[in-house]
Design a binder for this molecule. Structure first.
Ligand SMILES: Cc1cc2nc3c(=O)[nH]c(=O)nc-3n(C[C@H](O)[C@H](O)[C@H](O)COP(=O)(O)O)c2cc1C
Length: 184
């Protein structure tokens, strides 16, 4: 059993995968279950997870993800999961209108976090990808204009070594009891 902070520290954006090693269906199911159980505003669960593992479609999808020369590593990933944003339920939408917040964006980020942590726990590498040709992704997967493919997760067995995390210090991002202007 890995403790949560150890798991969080070992998750990283993996941008190279073993192209000869597929992702086992049980592991994929585990990752999808972790995403299904994610919290969302008003429990709206405003998502559909489109799993792309068909080799021919994967290649076409990788071409859409390698947008403007970025994210070329997506060609190596044996599985891509597209997080499609659905319309939220009435309460999430009404709450968002009143408070001027688009809750589904936050919801999708949490689902992506669940997926990537579950992938790490299963010994898989992953990367959250937000830069891709949305029009092409819509067309390849038949996503109507009323829905939005917001994020794509690449999944596979990573061939990258573990990297130390580059993060701001706690003292730079945490204050107690009042918001203060940072001195640095
Ligand atoms: C919403 C979002 C979008 C991202 N989009 C991309 C992307 O398009 N391509 C990419 O290589 N990494 C992408 N990343 C990964 C970040 O670059 C990465 O999480 C960050 O640099 C921290 O590194 P780490 O994940 O290895 O800890 C994205 C991450 C998030 C959360």
């Amino acid at each position: 059993m890995t403790d949560l902070l150890t798991l969080i520290k070992s998750r990283q954006s993996d941008r190279a995968y073993d192209t000869n090693r597929p992702v086992e269906q049980e592991k994929l199911d585990y990752i999808l279950e972790a995403a299904r159980l994610a919290p969302s505003a008003c429990n709206a669960q405003p998502w559909t997870f489109v799993v792309v593992n068909d080799p021919a479609l994967r290649r076409q999808m990788a071409s859409a993800v390698s947008d403007m020369g970025l994210n070329h590593f997506s060609y190596q990933a044996p599985v891509l999961i597209v997080l499609v944003q659905e319309a939220p339920n009435f309460t999430s939408k009404a709450g968002g209108w009143i408070k001027q917040k688009h809750y589904p964006d936050t919801d999708m980020g949490i689902a992506a976090a669940h997926m990537t942590l579950a992938a790490t726990e299963q010994g898989l590498g992953s990367c959250i990808v937000g830069w891709f040709d949305e029009k092409q992704v819509r067309s390849l997967l038949g996503i109507p204009s009323s829905k939005r493919p917001l994020l794509i997760i690449t999944l596979g067995y990573s061939t990258q070594p573990a990297r130390p995390k580059k993060r701001k210090e706690l003292s730079e991002v945490v204050v107690y009891n009042a918001y203060k202007t940072k001195t640095r």
